[in-house]
Design a protein around this ligand. Structure first.
Ligand code: NAP
Length: 357
């Protein structure tokens, strides 16, 4: 476990040496706790420019004004969107961020535009079966996987310009990988679809796609699939949450402090994943022999390589190991097949087609 003191020390150092550019895909819950942690530290450091991708303008305005108070010298900008389960909306948002950041840099410091940190938490707690988007993929898996991978691939030109290097944090649950239907990766058969298999497929696909990206951009990209622990957000009161879960959650409210990760701590711990001072999660093929200023070991990536660039991280900064099944899948070439599947989804959507495989 990485202590909270170490986390905060590293976060203060993160913003001391350079102003940061960050993208947050969310206006509620865990994403906003990270944004608040970043704004607080950035006020004592070199400042921050954050793009907040939001469906709800009112929620974005609220978090923006809170952050502006925490960091008056920071810039907090709304990027309005619709449903991000649709990849064409992701593309539009990424084009807007790229354009805004390019113009900002040209008008101020000069040089190349960059993004240092991309934090993605879009998702819903849903138990009501497969819902196909107009683009032919499942809505829940899209929010947890396809949509998030599309953000990365569309923002790659800016992420790979970060000297940190570019850090990507996808908040979900690496340990959700259990059952996988190799003859039905898209989970089209209703018999295969459930809350468990949906999360499991999203987790497997993400592990292998992150490994592919880490290898494709050595020295440039650090990718983390993060499990936040249990955090008391509004996710448990969402429209798609069954009534018995809502009620149980409400009844447990007085006890929540006993078994949840405090919101502020959650925000600090996720920001820490990008910390340059800790050097715990470097891009692949970085110099990994060096210990960071906070004396932590370099983490082992999901493919077993120390400092390999694609990490599965637990709420406390520890590593979530891959299961035996991964080794078999890897040996049988499924890593490449999952990547090809994902890139085919992207190619079909780009071509204006509906994905049908
Ligand atoms: N909280 C926990 O204990 C916990 C535990 C393990 C894993 N996680 C994972 O962590 C992530 C964040 O959880 P959270 O607790 O912070 O949830 P949350 O407060 O409900 O936040 C989810 C965010 O996703 C956005 N979103 C949902 N559907 C969308 C859509 N179709 N298009 C665009 N944006 C959409 C929501 O936007 P709006 O604000 O517009 O609704 C919201 O900002 C989720 O993936 C969840 O599975 C959470």
């Amino acid at each position: 476990m990485v202590s909270l003191d170490v986390v905060k020390h590293a976060n203060a150092a993160l913003v001391k040496s350079q102003p940061l550019v960050a993208v947050f895909v969310s206006t509620s819950g865990i994403g906003t706790y990270v944004l608040q942690a970043l704004a607080s530290h950035a006020n004592k450091g070199q400042g921050v420019r954050a793009y907040i991708v939001a469906r709800r303008k009112a929620a974005a305005d609220k978090i923006t004004s809170e952050c502006q108070k925490l960091c008056p010298k920071g810039q907090f900008r709304l990027v309005q969107t619709d449903d991000l389960a649709l990849l064409r909306n992701v593309d539009r948002v990424c084009a807007e961020i790229t354009d805004a950041e390019t113009k900002e840099v040209a008008a101020t410091t000069g040089g190349k535009p960059k993004i240092d940190l991309l934090v993605m938490t879009q998702g819903i707690l849903a138990f009501d079966g497969r819902k196909e988007t107009k683009e032919g993929i499942d809505q829940s898996v899209s929010l947890l996987f396809y949509s998030r991978m599309r953000f990365i691939t569309q923002l790659i030109p800016l992420l790979t310009e970060s000297p940190l290097p570019g850090h990507v944090v996808s908040v979900f649950g690496p340990q959700r990988d259990e059952k996988i239907f190799l003859d039905d990766i898209s989970l089209r058969n209703p018999k295969n679809y459930g809350f468990g298999s949906m999360g499991s497929h999203a987790s497997y696909l993400k592990t292998f796609y992150f490994e592919y990206l880490a290898a494709k951009y050595p020295g440039k990209l650090s990718l983390i699939h993060y499990f936040p622990g249990l955090v008391a957000t509004d996710a448990f009161a969402g429209e798609s949450v069954p009534m018995f879960i809502k009620l149980t959650w409400k009844l447990m409210t007085p006890l929540q402090k006993l078994f949840t990760v405090p919101k502020a701590e959650c925000g600090e711990r996720i920001l820490f994943l990008a910390s340059k001072a800790s050097k715990r999660f470097p891009a692949r093929d970085s110099k990994v022999s060096e210990k960071g200023t906070v004396g932590l070991e370099v983490a082992t990536a999901s493919d077993g390589v120390v400092g390999g660039g694609a990490y599965r991280v637990d709420w406390d900064g520890g590593i979530i190991p891959i299961k035996k099944n991964h080794e078999k899948l890897r040996a049988d070439g499924w890593g490449e097949k999952f990547v090809a599947h994902t890139n085919k989804v992207f190619a079909d959507v780009e071509a204006g087609k509906v994905f049908t495989e």
